[in-house]
Each structure stands twice: as structure tokens, then as C-alpha cells.
Design a protein around this ligand. Structure first.
Ligand SMILES: [Zn+2]
Length: 596
């Protein structure tokens, strides 16, 4: 086997399985074919569901045709997005993304009638349709769509809202994106005056120099604060828009649309968040240990991600691959076998290249085709964890290829069930293989910081967002109001043990989830805590746990999360269930204390 180096040289994915390149004539042919099929579908079925002219078998047939055309429709834009991610500065890639996006919008507009007709049907008629044997695979799909029935308006109203959103909510989102995307941050780094992007300046929070970390976050936030007039206005309008939307759609509470699309009961989410808040002292305990490791009396919030082991040994990509595969193999051979395919069949793009998109992701579009992973490997331990995480997603997608297209994607709250699990499996393996106390300590800190950022921080973010929406009902918020709400929630998670730097009052200004999707952040806490609880089950039960877990992954999006989990004997409506997840965190904290 080739030995790939410290920057994964040559580890590129093979997209030629999709199209030979951005000029492949099959792209335009597929776009035209998708359009033709969508038109034919509309011609054949428009009004038929509404007029009750389809029986169960004919309805199932229509859904099959719908899936078949979605396959053709998604392929070009899927390719375009991957191609662009690998080469963002290529004008052809940019054009292709735009071209396929516009084509997909047109095609999906032709098809909107179908789900609206399905939602509009009365319950009695739907009950008759779904008893047909051919409908067995579509029950969850139908149920999931129809949950929105009480909150869906007429086709005319929905279209009007969509159109007005272009100059309403979407305009504010766009303004926010363009404004924050245009910001550059001036900072003295290593004796040089630099102008940094957001990614570059935030990376400095992991540098060993304390003063540099604080200056970096202060500059980052204060630069946002210079635009507080615009950002405050964006927040106010997004809050107000959501309030109006909820009133028109008859939601009693602003969080309900999110819970409904996550298929989770409001009291389950509340129980989860309260469990996290009860365990805020665990996060604070970690901060105290971290202060000790850094030799500080009191931690500042800019010290949370400070490195404790500045002399990390780099790994080659081949070493990373071997580590991951043996860690996964220790958990389950089939788990490792799927991951091996990503390496051997070129489903992963890991090399560091200019123009490549930052960050990492795993993407899939249909059960007919395997998923892909993208990351930029620089040889650090964190990079190895990132690959394990994304491969976890890849394994999840691969296992749910047993499902049909409409049941392929796991629900959001189950979306991290394999990725976070894979990361913990890797860390456990590394801890077992490592003899040096310092290396163990670094591994544990990295893992615990990830858990802090996902479980604890995201709950605090959600509480802030809830408070913002709540307060907006009474009237416009001033910038100071928003800063106060932010600090109030942040102080709860940090406790008295941490000093918040003055600029931290602006911490809310850069979190784009608040702008783009309401209450999205709690799904991070939910998903991670759920996975930790599953991991605790694995610790308790050993190999006996594995088959049920694999079945959970195979179920994709074919069931509501609580039903899929009930098969493992898990009841997410029991508040005690969540405590299991914290036992994993307590376990790792204990391991960390032993290295002191
Ligand atoms: Zn993930």
C-alpha cells in the first residue's frame, strides 16, 4: 500500500463514478430527464390524491415513481456540491452549483402539489390508503408529512409566504451572511500585523499563548460588535418573523415547529435539557481540572480549548487509517469493514489542497450509491478523530442503504448516533494503547472538551435562543437586552469558576444557527447525550449490545426516533435515561483525574 504523508498527499475521492467532470454531457441530460419526469408526474397525478382517485396500491406506485425521479433529480446537484467542496475557486464548480440548484428548485416546484395534497387529505381516507400491503414501506413517510397538517396553510398562502420570504426572512439571512462573511480581523500574531478570516482567527483559540487567545476572541467579537446595529436588527426581525409564522400556523409555542420536525415530544426535549442543566457542575469540574493543568488560578473562557500538550507527535495518513481500522475492529468487524471501503475504494478526500472547502463532512444522496467523506488531514490527533467521526456517518449511511429513498436519512436527533460513537471507540482504543500519562491526559481533555462543546454549550445556546424569542413577544430588543440574555445563560454553564472576558458579551453575534434554523442547537446536545447513553450500554453489555445497535443504524429514517430506540429497550421519555450519558462523562473525568 502507498504510504500517504502528513498531509494525506494523493488521498482524493473518485467522483468519476458520478460524472466524468463538470462538462460531462450526462449532467445536462439528467437535469432534462428529471424535469421531463417531474412534468409527466404532475400531469399524471395532479389532483388525483385530492380527488381520492388513487387507492392504496396506486398511491404506493406514485410514491415509487416519485422516488425514482428524485434519484435522477438529486444526482447532478449532489455531484456539483462535492466537486465544488473539493475545488471552491474553480469557476466551473461555482457555475455548476448554481445551475443545478436552479434546476432543482424548478423541478421541486413542479412536485410541491403532491405533498400538499397528501397533507390535505382527511384522516379517514388516509387510514384506508395505508392499509394496502404496498404501502408498508411508506407508513412513516406519510405519518411524518402529515404531522404538519394542522399547521399547513392553503397552497396559495404557502406560495405567497415563500415569495414574501425572499424579501423577508431570507433577505435578513442573506444580509447576515454577507455581512459576517465580509468581516476580516486585524491582529498581531507572532510579531506581525495580520488580517485574518474567521476560520483563521478562531483557530488561534487553540494556541498555547494565553494572551494571544484572549486577543483573538476579543478582536473577533468586537469586530462583530462594530456592526451591532445591523446584527441586532437581524435578530429582532428573525425573532419577529418566527412569532408571526407560529401565529399564522397555530403553534402555541415557538419551539413546537422544531420538535415536530425532529419527531420528538416537547416534554422529552425539556427533560433532556434539564438533565444537562443539572449536570452543569460536571462541566465546571472539568474547567477546574483544566485550570490546574494549565497552572492557572482561574480559567478564562478563552482557556477552555488551550492545548495542554504542545509537543504532539504527527501521524501520517496511513498511520491514522490503521489506528481507526483497528479501533473500529475492536468494536465490531463489520463496522471496520465498511470503513475500510472508504479508504480502499477512494470514497474519501483527505489531502490538504488550496481551494478546498474547510471543515469536514460526510455526504450521501441515495441508498443506490455509497456516501463520500471530505476532510483536510494535517496529521494531528484531532484530525484522526475527525476522520473517525465522519466515517461513523459514512457507516451509518452505508447501513441504512437497506432502506428506500424516503426512509434513507436518519432523523436529526439520531444523525450523530454512529459518528460520536466512532469517536469514543477511537479514543478508548488510543487510551488502551497509550502508556504515557501525558498523551492520555491530552486525549481525555480533547474528548471532554468536545463533549462540553456539544452537550453543555449547545443547551446553553438553546436556552438563550428561547429567551430571545420569548422576550421579543413583548417588543423589540435592544442590543444590551440581547447581550444580557446571552451572559445570563452563559454564566449558568460556566459557573463562578470561570472569568468571562469582557468581549464575551458579544458571543451571540456570530452563531449563524440562530439565524438559519430555529432551536437547531438542542439537537446537538440531544444526539450526543443519546449516543453517550448508548455507549454506556455497550460498556455494560459488551458484544451483546452490538447487533441491536447495528439494527438501529440500519433503520435509517424508517421510524420515529422513539420507536427505533424502543427496539433497544430504551425509553427516551424517562428523565433517568439521560443520566446514563453523564456516567460516560463522569467516567472520563475520573480517568483524567488519575493522570494528575
Ligand atoms: Zn457529525
Amino acid at each position: 500500500m502507498d504510504t500517504h504523508g502528513f498531509k494525506a498527499e494523493g488521498v482524493q475521492w473518485n467522483l468519476a463514478e458520478l460524472y466524468t467532470g463538470p462538462d460531462d454531457p450526462r449532467i445536462e441530460a439528467d437535469l432534462a430527464e428529471a424535469r421531463r419526469q417531474a412534468e409527466a408526474f404532475a400531469q399524471k397525478y395532479r389532483g388525483k390524491l385530492a380527488d381520492k382517485q388513487l387507492d392504496g396500491a396506486a398511491f404506493a406506485q406514485a410514491l415509487k415513481e416519485y422516488e425514482a425521479l428524485a434519484e435522477v433529480e438529486h444526482r447532478p446537484s449532489f455531484y456539483a456540491n462535492l466537486f465544488f467542496a473539493g475545488d471552491t475557486q474553480n469557476p466551473k464548480a461555482q457555475q455548476l452549483v448554481q445551475r443545478t440548484r436552479e434546476a432543482a428548485t424548478e423541478t421541486s416546484n413542479l412536485l410541491i402539489f403532491f405533498s400538499l395534497e397528501l397533507i390535505a387529505l382527511d384522516d379517514e381516507h388516509v387510514a384506508k390508503l395505508i392499509v394496502a400491503p404496498a404501502m408498508a414501506d411508506y407508513l412513516h413517510y406519510v405519518e411524518a408529512l402529515r404531522r404538519f397538517k394542522p399547521h399547513t396553510l392553503s397552497e396559495k398562502e404557502e406560495q405567497a409566504i415563500n415569495q414574501k420570504n425572499l424579501t423577508g426572512r431570507h433577505a435578513f439571512e442573506q444580509l447576515y451572511e454577507e455581512l459576517t462573511g465580509s468581516l476580516r480581523f486585524k491582529l498581531q500574531v507572532d510579531g506581525e500585523e495580520k488580517e485574518l478570516t474567521d476560520g483563521e482567527i478562531m483557530a488561534l483559540l487553540r494556541r498555547p499563548e494565553r494572551d494571544l487567545r484572549e486577543r483573538a476572541l476579543s478582536t473577533f467579537l468586537e469586530t462583530h460588535a462594530q456592526h451591532s446595529l445591523v446584527i441586532t436588527s437581524v435578530f429582532n426581525n428573525i425573532f419577529l418573523d418566527h412569532k408571526v409564522d407560529c401565529e399564522m400556523r397555530q403553534y402555541d409555542d415557538v419551539v413546537l415547529p422544531t420538535h415536530l420536525s425532529n419527531e420528538i415530544a416537547p416534554q422529552t426535549v425539556e427533560a433532556m435539557m434539564q438533565a444537562v442543566e443539572r449536570h452543569y457542575p460536571l462541566a465546571q469540574e472539568y474547567f477546574r481540572i483544566k485550570a490546574r493543568l494549565l497552572g492557572l488560578d482561574k480559567l478564562k473562557n478563552t482557556d477552555v480549548y488551550a492545548p495542554i500538550d504542545a509537543t504532539e507527535e504527527k501521524l501520517t495518513f496511513t498511520q491514522a487509517q490503521e489506528l481507526i481500522l483497528s479501533a473500529f475492529g475492536r468494536f465490531s468487524e463489520p463496522f471496520a469493514a465498511i470503513a475500510r471501503d472508504f479508504f480502499n475504494k477512494r470514497w474519501i478526500d483527505a489531502e490538504v489542497r488550496t481551494g478546498k472547502r474547510g471543515g469536514a463532512f460526510c455526504a450521501a444522496f441515495t441508498p443506490q450509491h455509497h456516501p463520500y467523506v471530505l476532510c483536510s488531514f494535517n496529521g494531528t490527533g484531532r484530525d484522526v478523530s475527525t476522520i473517525a467521526h465522519e466515517l461513523g456517518h459514512g457507516i451509518h449511511y452505508s447501513l441504512s442503504r437497506k432502506q428506500r429513498l424516503v426512509n434513507y436519512d436518519a432523523p436529526l436527533v439520531l444523525a450523530e448516533t454512529a459518528s460520536v460513537f466512532a469517536e469514543i471507540v477511537l479514543t478508548k482504543h488510543l487510551l488502551a494503547e497509550t502508556r504515557s500519562k501525558e498523551a492520555k491526559r491530552a486525549l481525555l481533555c480533547e474528548l471532554l472538551e468536545e463533549m462540553y462543546g456539544t452537550v453543555f454549550r449547545q443547551t446553553a445556546l438553546t436556552r438563550f435562543e428561547m429567551a430571545g424569542h420569548q422576550q421579543r413577544r413583548a417588543g423589540q430588543l435592544t442590543t444590551d437586552d440581547i447581550c444580557d440574555l446571552w451572559l445570563q445563560e452563559q454564566r449558568k454553564v460556566f459557573g463562578d469558576g470561570i472569568e468571562l472576558i469582557p468581549a464575551y458579551r458579544w458571543g451571540w453575534t456570530y452563531i449563524s444557527h440562530f439565524i438559519h434554523s430555529r432551536f437547531y442547537c438542542y439537537s446537538y446536545s440531544f444526539g450526543e447525550l443519546l449516543t453517550l447513553a448508548l455507549f454506556q450500554r455497550y460498556l455494560d453489555e459488551g458484544d451483546a449490545f452490538v447487533p441491536g445497535y447495528m439494527q438501529l443504524l440500519e433503520s435509517g429514517g424508517s421510524q420515529r426516533p422513539e420507536h427505533a430506540l424502543a427496539k433497544l429497550g430504551i425509553d427516551i421519555n424517562q428523565p433517568e435515561f439521560w443520566d446514563r450519558g453523564f456516567r460516560v462523562i463522569e467516567g472520563f473525568l475520573g480517568d483524567l483525574r488519575e493522570t494528575l
